[in-house]
Design a protein around this ligand. Sequence first.
Ligand code: SAM
Length: 252
Amino acid sequence: MPANPAYPPHSAPRLFVDEMLSDGMELRLDGSQVHYLANVMRAKAGDKLVLFDDRSGEYLGEVTQAAKRAVTVMLTGKLRERETVPDLWLCAAPIKRARFDWMAEKACELGVRRFVPVLTQRTVVDKIKPDRLRAHMIEAAEQCERSSLPELDNLAKLADLLAKWPEGRHLFFADERIHASGEGSFRKALVAHDGPAAILIGPEGGFSAEENAMVRAHPSAVPVSLGPRILRADTAAIAAISLWMAGRGDWN
Ligand code: SAM
């Protein structure tokens, strides 16, 4: 069956598979995907689904066998190549777990290419659970029809991140102490700074004065305001990504 805009149906389950896929291959799903397909979706032979691998692209599949503990799927056509999302990273200090999970999920939905957890002086949560964050981003990608997953970095100290910062990547530093109408105008910053970018968001307690000075002294830093109200870190991340996506990303 050829892939066209009306096919597969939007209700077809869409799943990430962590192995290289190719048209015509048969694969056996296991674990939580079997539970989801067999028990939640009550999949049966002949049902359609969409699979992507974050490597080669997205495929149409058909269930060939569905049992309680194993589901086999035949790939019957390539729907599209792996997409290239806009070159935006989100660098954010970990916050309370559920809120950080939410931030990772939304960053994926909004189109961020890389998620970089950053350890700062006032970071209260000094550990992250990469598997859990990745699971949230996978679920978001499945739901929002992304065919590439955001990269997830290890937790890095702010100073180390800045020391290794790649030349040519603008660092939009969300600073709640500057004015949106003046120095901190995000709109003006977007006009003046084209190209690869990252957004830097602090923890619940914000950046220390020392960190603020260190970031500002970095040649790639572009301090930006997100308005006159102090936003929660997760809100700030989503607002900044949205502004960048609308001005420089793929929302046009
Ligand atoms: N501790 C700070 C305070 O009490 O003033 C608030 C920190 S805020 C909860 C967490 C992070 O969100 C900040 O470090 C900053 O990166 C970002 N943020 C929040 N509101 C912002 C705004 N209006 N403009 C720019 N960044 C903002």
